[in-house]
Design a protein around this ligand. Structure first.
Ligand SMILES: NC(=O)c1ccc[n+]([C@@H]2O[C@H](COP(=O)([O-])OP(=O)(O)OC[C@H]3O[C@@H](n4cnc5c(N)ncnc54)[C@H](OP(=O)(O)O)[C@@H]3O)[C@@H](O)[C@H]2O)c1
Length: 239
């Protein structure tokens, strides 16, 4: 596989110990990029990544923990996800407030690019998934905050809204991308979402984009770069 243009700088991965996050770390290391992991569970992060990454442990509820984590990084990739209806892993705490706190601390620390996994149907308040403590609406609020804070000179963002997540190797599917939250269902491998997030670091055509993505067909790919070819920038258009 082709190597990208050399990417200078360290990337913070929040949610690295999750299923998609592990793929993000793996793909960043594949590209020779320095990785820092922000985790609430140092032992889990150490067991997964050993000495291949730098680990900063802390809570997503703590602005000062996040400030330590983002300091000295060039970009952030967030693959956080809630896992309970209430408490510290609820959609409100993680998908909305945790991400918003991360965005704010990243901006203060001079982070240049912020890439995040969101979800298909994130604008549809009436979607059944919102029965899980309003998870889609919480993600939408976090998206809005990211767009507002990172669509600024010297900063950029990429928001990937995948369909149902599956396990499996990357680059085995041709992908279908769209904007405007018009896709109702479909699946995609976590590894491909991770790849899209990683390549957004250096692809100019990935900057300030919000898009949906699902599998189109099984078909080996040499790169996912073409997914970004036809995507319009979010601004001045309102998404
Ligand atoms: N499942 C789907 O079909 C689907 C579809 C579209 C979008 N999504 C979204 O895709 C994202 C990634 O999904 P995934 O399956 O890779 O998720 P996952 O395996 O559950 O990983 C979630 C990550 O978030 C972290 N996290 C959870 N609560 C936290 C807290 N209170 N403080 C700090 N970190 C916390 C977890 O840390 P620990 O390892 O410490 O638990 C883990 O690293 C999620 O936002 C999900 O909503 C999922």
């Amino acid at each position: 596989m082709e190597k990208p243009p050399r990417y200078q700088g360290r990337v913070l991965v929040a949610g690295a110990t999750g299923k998609t996050g592990q793929w993000v770390v793996q793909r960043l290391l594949h590209y020779g990029i320095a990785v820092r992991v922000f985790s609430r569970n140092r032992e889990k992060a150490l067991a997964l990544f050993g000495n291949d990454v730098e680990i900063v442990d802390g809570k997503i509820q703590s602005g000062s923990d996040i400030a330590r984590a983002v300091k000295g990084c060039r970009a952030v990739i967030a693959t956080l996800g809630s896992s309970s209806v209430k408490g510290e892993s609820s959609p409100g705490e993680v998908d909305r407030d945790g991400v918003i706190r991360l965005v704010d601390e990243a901006a203060k620390a001079g982070i240049q690019h912020f890439a995040i996994i969101s979800s298909l149907a994130v604008t549809k308040w009436y979607h059944p998934l919102n029965l899980f403590a309003g998870v889609l609406s919480k993600k939408w609020e976090a998206e809005e905050h990211l767009r507002a804070i990172f669509a600024k000179p010297g900063r950029s963002y990429t928001i990937v809204r995948p369909g149902g997540l599956k396990d499996g190797e990357p680059l085995l599917h041709k992908l279908r991308v769209d904007t405007g939250d018009r896709l109702w269902n479909g699946f995609i491998n976590r590894s491909d979402v991770a790849e899209l997030l990683c390549i957004s670091l250096w692809l100019e055509k990935a900057k300030n984009r919000t898009f949906e993505v699902i599998n189109e067909s099984e078909e080996p790919q040499t790169s996912l770069e073409q997914c970004y070819n036809a995507l319009p920038p979010d601004f001045p258009k309102i998404v």
